[in-house]
Write a protein that binds this ligand. Structure first.
Ligand code: SOE
Length: 383
């Protein structure tokens, strides 16, 4: 049971995203002065043995082997969805109908139709909902948005965004769920392309209005994955078809008139998690690369770029952590996300990004796929 300030959390899924979310729920109250104290009440997963082991390791009080049971529980007020995309819509809608608050991993869903159903459920629900685009909560990304809002770049002319990884360059890397359309919805486009679309929209305050895209699957057949289908899965002797894109490139027009280019690939050999964005405005530019996530590069015209070390207490989120200059990592972005989510619940405001924001990203992804499939030069993003 929960008292006035304690709020019960039930999380579904315990792989990579489940682990980082657990770390965030566990640590958030130790660093931020919060209006609500999260209690890590229940973890749900299909295998009892593995879910119990994960719960013990990550600090969850109880387990369920069916997410439907988790959603019904009175000691759960927040449902945190860390499963592959094929179950996002069903879990989120059931949780919202049960009166829970929902935080859902990205991309919001596997199709526009599912994302629309989630937005409809969110609109009539008593609970709040949020899609977990964690890179908004990198201090340097939040600072970039602040600079744009302050007008330091002037009118935005260009957005240049890339998300470069290389974890499937080896053709023997197994066919994990992220490479299967029925589970993941899309490949690099959905998994990491969604992040850069959201980051571009967040920093500029503009929407992607139309796109022209190309996608490619370089390795069409891979060994089937062994027992776990997660990122560290082993491989078997049998092979299966890769049903998603390995890479997606698209250009676009932003609603405020800027021209944009996006590149999402898992074949950028040597690049591990290079989520990069550069914005060029009439008065100045900004550049960010997640592989150096504590830095933001700013140009005020004229003399090239200056490096800002985003480790000062007055930078977004930073004051809660270490003395100046000590830097933050990937996991902190999730802690910041949970902190913002809990503050929104306490004040009764809508946490952002909303499911509607997630739907907009989903529509961009779908427009890229349509453009890539039919070769059309320019595809409007439907409203
Ligand atoms: C794998 O491509 C992945 O873990 C994504 O699913 C995450 O969203 C991203 O943060 C890192 O890469």
């Amino acid at each position: 049971m929960s008292d006035k300030t304690t709020i019960g959390v039930g999380m579904v899924g315990y792989a990579f995203m489940g682990r980082v979310h657990s770390q965030a729920w566990r640590s958030v109250g130790a660093f931020f002065d919060l209006p609500l104290t999260p209690r890590m009440a229940v973890l749900a997963g299909r295998s009892k043995e593995r879910t119990e082991a994960a719960a013990a390791q990550m600090g969850w009080d109880a387990v369920e082997t069916d997410w439907r049971e988790l959603v019904k529980r009175d000691d759960v007020q927040i449902v945190d969805i860390c499963t592959p995309g094929d179950s996002h819509a069903e879990i989120a809608i059931a949780a919202l109908e049960a009166g829970k608050h929902v935080i859902c991993e990205k991309p919001l869903a596997n199709t526009v139709a599912e994302a629309e159903a989630m937005v409809r459920a969110a609109a009539t629900a008593s609970g709040k909902s949020m899609v977990a685009f964690n890179y908004r909560r990198v201090p340097a990304v939040a600072l970039a948005r602040r600079f744009v809002e302050e007008g330091r770049l002037g009118e935005i002319r260009h957005v240049r965004a890339q998300y470069l990884q290389d974890w499937i360059v080896d053709p023997e890397f197994p066919l994990v769920w992220r490479l299967q359309k029925d589970k993941a919805g899309a490949g690099a486009l959905g998994d990491i392309g969604s992040h850069i679309v959201d980051a571009a929209e967040f920093i500029t305050g503009q929407h992607v209005a139309g796109v022209s895209g190309l996608t490619e699957t370089f390795i069409k057949e891979r060994p089937l994955a062994g027992e776990s289908a997660g990122l560290g899965a082993s491989r078997t002797e049998q092979t299966g078809e890769v049903t998603v894109d390995d890479a997606a490139l698209f250009i676009g027009r932003m609603s405020g008139g800027a021209l944009a280019s996006f590149e999402a690939t898992r074949f950028a050999t040597g690049r591990k998690n290079a989520m990069r964005i550069e914005i060029n405005g009439q008065l100045g530019s900004l550049a960010f690369d997640f592989e150096a996530m504590n830095e933001l590069w700013l140009s005020s015209g004229g003399g090239g770029f200056e490096r800002i070390l985003v480790t000062e207490p007055d930078h977004p989120y930073v004051g809660a952590w270490w003395p100046p200059g000590h830097g933050l990592g990937y996991e902190h972005t999730f802690t910041h996300e949970i902190k913002d989510f809990l503050e929104a619940l306490a004040t009764g405001t809508d946490p952002s990004p909303t499911f509607a924001d997630g739907l907009r990203v989903q529509r961009v992804l779908e427009a890229v796929e349509r453009s890539a499939a039919d070769g059309s030069r320019y595809t409007n993003v439907e409203d």
